[in-house]
Design a protein around this ligand. Structure first.
Ligand SMILES: [Zn+2]
Length: 122
């Protein structure tokens, strides 16, 4: 690897690291302000999503289910989101817009493939 490439990669890594830190801060702020200012919480989510898309980083697992994929509202289970476990999936319903999101309950790829196969048989 040339030195230039090495530096570029290092820079990319650092940019992503910064993006992840910003996402963490923004979601933490969103959680904090949510009880008294929902729309501000949603604005933080919007900014966090912008940072995430620009830096092309994965949404941290911790916050992945804490916002609506459709209306981008910050979600608090039991307040504006309903969370249910169903057939190996976590089903999150956004009570702001009614959007339903499903997340596989098992994290392992192997388990994911297995459940996919078994549903194909049905
Ligand atoms: Zn929604």
């Amino acid at each position: 690897m040339s030195r230039k490439n090495f530096l570029r990669r290092k820079e990319q890594r650092e940019k992503k690291e910064i993006a992840r830190e910003r996402i963490e801060i923004l979601f933490t702020l969103a959680e904090r302000v949510f009880p008294y200012d929902k729309s501000l919480a949603n604005r933080y989510v919007g900014i966090a999503l912008g940072v995430q898309q620009k830096a092309k980083v994965k949404m941290p697992r911790k916050w992945k289910r804490r916002y609506c994929k459709k209306c981008h509202s910050f979600l608090v289970p039991g307040v504006n989101a309903r969370v249910r476990l169903r057939e190996g999936h976590v089903v999150v319903k956004c009570l702001e817009c009614g959007h339903i999101m499903r997340y596989p309950y098992l994290r392992e790829k192997k388990a994911k493939r297995k459940s996919f196969k078994s549903t194909q048989h049905l």
